[in-house]
Ligand binder design. Structure first.
Ligand SMILES: *[C@@H]1O[C@H](CO)[C@@H](O)[C@H](O)[C@H]1NC(C)=O
Ligand SMILES: *[C@@H]1O[C@H](CO)[C@@H](O)[C@H](O)[C@H]1NC(C)=O
Ligand SMILES: *[C@@H]1O[C@H](CO)[C@@H](O)[C@H](O)[C@H]1NC(C)=O
Ligand SMILES: *[C@@H]1O[C@H](CO)[C@@H](O)[C@H](O)[C@H]1NC(C)=O
Length: 405
């Protein structure tokens, strides 16, 4: 009898403890979730009350941009192997491109026109892409164009296939931000049947077939399948982004702000606004500042898919930017989490952003090569709006004492 009573009281205690701890956990969890929500609300509140400083145009102090615009259309008659040698000599621990080089226009022009001497599949990553060797020995990654420029990608921030235009405009944005950590990228049109098949490797040909005399290729990658090939059009043309392949020892790391890629499972950073505290314990301040720069860059183009990032000699490089510009009417604010959770920003980056205020971002980007073929104006408007959201986030951080570095 006594034993029975004891058992009963133990179970009652256990039940009570269980109920209380569940209640406690639930309330703390919901309170952190509403904290995250209110961070976004606070940022939007600052957006409505942005200081004039962010809306006016200060004369652009960006020598790199001015040199870029004066060189971008200049093609120097130089041996193509020499041109690649120059482009490779730019790559260092602090940059992938010399934006001020007089050879910049020449490199872009050769990327567009140099003959393809070898065509292989690029099996890195999850999406169909080619690794082309151009005359003179330079490798480029070629990402085909899957979507018309007015196509809107619905769904989560990482939905859809790579956008070739996102790769190219990301390169332009890196120029405008004077953050030369994105490889040179150009729009290029090729013929699969004439330019690729004659010089293709066996493993590429093995994934090719013809539909109505048009060559199609389905490639080899995580999402590649025969039912979903890329085909040349009625004029035997295929457009895409030709991206200079950086031939340097890149290291890959998992992003602390990686998503779960599951609809009903959130990552810790999505629920915990104090998350930066944990990041600071694991990586250096310099790395965090790089990741904040990357988050501003990714937020502007709306690339929410940087689950891993790469470094070259300790600098975070901005490679693989195909998931931007999916939907001009949506700005996923959580791409900026590194900024609003850490509230750290290089003062040099702030200055570069201010240089683009007052409509300059749109105005400058509109002068870039092929732009009208790459983006509809909705995306340009979205870029401007997102820049203002970045400024609003900086204002939000100021209320928490922004750590300028
Ligand atoms: C070609 O594809 C077949 C099956 O699709 C595979 O068994 C074969 O190994 C492939 N050959 C090459 C050279 O990749
Ligand atoms: C494909 O090419 C062959 C040979 O040039 C031609 O006879 C045939 O009509 C073409 N088929 C289609 C569907 O265009
Ligand atoms: C193919 O070329 C013709 C003639 O130049 C052009 O009118 C047509 O729009 C082109 N088709 C595609 C899909 O680009
Ligand atoms: C996006 O918003 C603009 C302006 O409000 C509108 O004209 C356009 O149709 C919208 N596009 C989509 C895809 O919702």
């Amino acid at each position: 009898m006594i034993r029975k009573r004891k058992l009963l009281s133990i179970s009652v205690t256990l039940i009570v403890v269980f109920i209380f701890s569940t209640y406690y956990l639930l309330t703390t969890l919901t309170s952190t979730e509403s904290e995250v929500r209110s961070t976004h609300e606070k940022i939007y509140h600052h957006l409505k009350n942005l200081p004039q400083l962010y809306k006016t145009h200060k004369p652009l102090e960006n020598d790199a941009f001015d040199k870029f615009t004066s060189n971008v259309n200049v093609v120097i008659n130089e041996d193509v192997a020499k041109v690649w040698q120059i482009a490779n000599s730019w790559v260092s621990g602090t940059k992938l491109v010399d934006l001020e080089s007089p050879f910049l226009g020449t490199v872009l022009s050769r990327l567009k026109t140099a003959k393809v001497v070898k065509a292989d599949l690029d099996t890195r990553g999850t999406q169909l892409k080619f690794l082309l060797t151009l005359e003179g020995g330079q490798n480029v990654v070629f990402k085909p164009k899957w979507y018309d420029k007015s196509r809107v990608i619905e769904g989560p921030v990482y939905a859809g296939k790579d956008r070739h235009s996102s790769e190219i405009v990301a390169f332009y944005l890196s120029v405008l931000l004077n953050l030369p950590l994105t490889p040179c990228s150009v729009e290029r049109t090729l013929s699969l049947s004439r330019d690729i098949v004659p010089v293709a490797t066996r493993r590429l040909l093995n994934t090719s077939f013809e539909i109505n005399n048009r060559t199609c290729i389905f490639g080899k990658c995580f999402y590649c399948k025969r039912e979903d090939p890329i085909c040349e059009d009625e004029n035997f043309s295929l457009t895409g982004a030709a991206i200079f392949n950086i031939n340097a020892p890149l290291k890959s790391y998992r992003s602390p702000w990686q998503r779960t890629y599951k609809k009903n499972k959130k990552a810790v950073w999505e629920e915990e606004d104090n998350y930066c505290k944990f990041v600071k314990e694991k990586i250096t301040k310099r790395r965090i500042l790089d990741l904040v720069d990357a988050s501003v860059f990714d937020f502007l183009i709306q690339n929410g898919d940087r689950h891993h990032y790469e470094t070259l000699h300790e600098s975070v490089v901005l490679i693989d930017n195909g998931k931007g510009f999916g939907n001009p009417n949506i700005s996923h604010l959580d791409v900026l989490a590194p900024l609003y959770q850490c509230c750290m920003l290089r003062s040099a980056t702030l200055k570069k952003l201010l240089n683009l205020a007052g409509g300059q971002l749109r105005k400058k980007i509109e002068t870039m090569p092929d732009l009208e073929k790459l983006l509809i104006s909705d995306h340009l408007r979205a870029l401007e709006e997102r820049l203002m959201i970045v400024f609003a986030t900086i204002e939000y951080c100021k209320t928490l004492k922004l750590n300028k570095e």
